[in-house]
Write a protein that binds this ligand. Structure first.
Ligand SMILES: NC(=O)c1ccc[n+]([C@@H]2O[C@H](COP(=O)([O-])OP(=O)(O)OC[C@H]3O[C@@H](n4cnc5c(N)ncnc54)[C@H](OP(=O)(O)O)[C@@H]3O)[C@@H](O)[C@H]2O)c1
Length: 248
């Protein structure tokens, strides 16, 4: 797969899955923009990737002012986007009794509102024939204890993605969804903090392990590439067999 000189934007690219995607696209020759709230995290990511083709943008996706920062940089640079990866996300796992309004708002604002309005604002800058990828989760269809709000955000996001796939087809923009299962990142550490709980999550996959971010990045390269030219509106589970194993 060749992404030579393609322009790729990844929201939430300073760590975890977004960082692995940024590395993978850079290795394939793309120009990549990654976003995040923390300038320090972005700088650390840039130092690790160490490429002049990597650009960082401090942009909080959970509000329109933050999204406008990214929109301005893209518009002023005059680039057309080949691949937009809506990846930024957050998770707070708590029982329904314990969820606060703040927990609810940060998850919906980041995962749903942020992805929706980033798409809306960047849409004029996406190339006809480009690729748009949403990061949902196996949580969108699972019903795990403590995940009521997070799962609801990912369910909402998957539905937005399916409708975007239909609405953007006339511009030949291919919209697809990648749904990771449990992957070793900061989100997993905060949602599943103990070794015992992590072992349990691993045991719930067919492969009996959690994934690593590079394994998601590899799958994503395919969906973003010309090789997937007839793949539209689909959800690719990259979950070590978690979804089907849970239903066995
Ligand atoms: N890890 C898993 O098991 C798993 C499974 C299924 C789906 N996912 C999804 O995968 C995506 C990436 O998560 P991850 O696991 O890689 O977690 P991660 O390592 O915590 O990465 C999250 C990234 O999003 C950024 N971010 C968070 N809130 C943001 C905001 N308001 N505005 C802009 N950037 C923001 C973070 O940077 P800053 O903190 O600096 O803002 C970071 O770069 C998320 O959508 C998550 O729901 C993860």
């Amino acid at each position: 797969m060749n992404f030579e000189n393609k322009n790729v934007i990844i929201t939430g690219g300073s760590s975890g899955i977004g960082f692995a995607k940024a590395k993978a696209f850079i290795e394939k020759g793309a120009n990549v923009w990654i976003t995040g709230r923390s300038a320090e995290n972005l700088q650390k990511a840039a130092a690790k990737i160490d490429s002049r083709r990597l650009n960082t943008v401090v942009s909080d996706t959970s509000n329109l002012a933050g999204i406008a920062v990214l929109e301005k940089i893209v518009t002023e640079s005059g680039i057309k986007i080949d691949v937009l990866f809506l990846n930024a996300g957050t998770a707070i796992f708590n029982s329904i009794e314990q969820v606060t309004e703040a927990d609810f708002d940060v998850q919906f604002n980041t995962n749903v509102k942020g992805s929706f309005f980033t798409l809306q604002k960047l849409l004029p800058n996406i190339k006809n024939g480009g690729a748009l990828l949403f990061t949902s989760s196996t949580s969108a269809t699972a019903a795990n204890l403590g995940a009521s709000v997070y799962s609801a955000t990912k369910g909402a996001l998957s539905k937005i993605a399916q409708i975007a796939a239909n609405e953007l087809a006339d511009r030949n923009i291919r919209v697809n969804i990648v749904s990771p299962g449990p992957v070793q990142t900061k989100i997993l550490d905060s949602a599943v903090p103990t070794k015992e709980a992590k072992d349990y999550v691993a045991s719930a996959t067919a492969l009996k392990r959690v994934g690593n971010p590079d394994e998601i990045a590899k799958a994503v390269l395919f969906l973003a590439s010309e090789e997937a030219s007839f793949v539209v509106g689909t959800e690719l589970l990259v979950d070590g067999g978690y979804t089907n194993y849970a239903r066995k």
